[in-house]
Design a protein around this ligand. Sequence first.
Ligand code: 5GP
Length: 142
Amino acid sequence: MAEAYDPGNIFAKILRGEIPSHRVYEDEAVVAFMDVMPQGTGHTLVVPKAPSRNMLDADPATLGALFAVVQKVAVAVKKAFDADGLTLMQFNEPASGQTVYHLHVHVIPRFEGVPLKPHSGQMEKPEVLAEHAGKIRAALAG
Ligand code: 5GP
């Protein structure tokens, strides 16, 4: 039996505006913002507003809305950083490496020969995250 959703998780706080984030996209169902410990330049998190711990307890309609935005953000992020490729990641429960228990998808630009940094590794400077968020917002705008 999966554990219950905890509305005190960090992404729920970000969605409620209780703690800041560098947002790049928002619609009625989904928000995207910069990961504070990026595994690569432009590492972005795409997060549905509807509460679920992860993929296992999510409503299929939530997954539909989420992945439509994942594609939109992925295309924009690739353009914003002129990336060679993209890695998508999504973890479910502690054994998989999940650390924040509100469903989210990682969108990480990839560059030939550049390995990913560790998961939940080093905090990035806020000014760098702000600059990267600006590039992604510009790419999303056109
Ligand atoms: P998970 O392991 O749950 O798939 O990934 C959670 C991600 O959230 C990690 O990549 C971590 O760097 C990121 N993260 C943790 N705390 C915060 C935070 O307060 N703000 C933002 N924007 N990202 C966070």
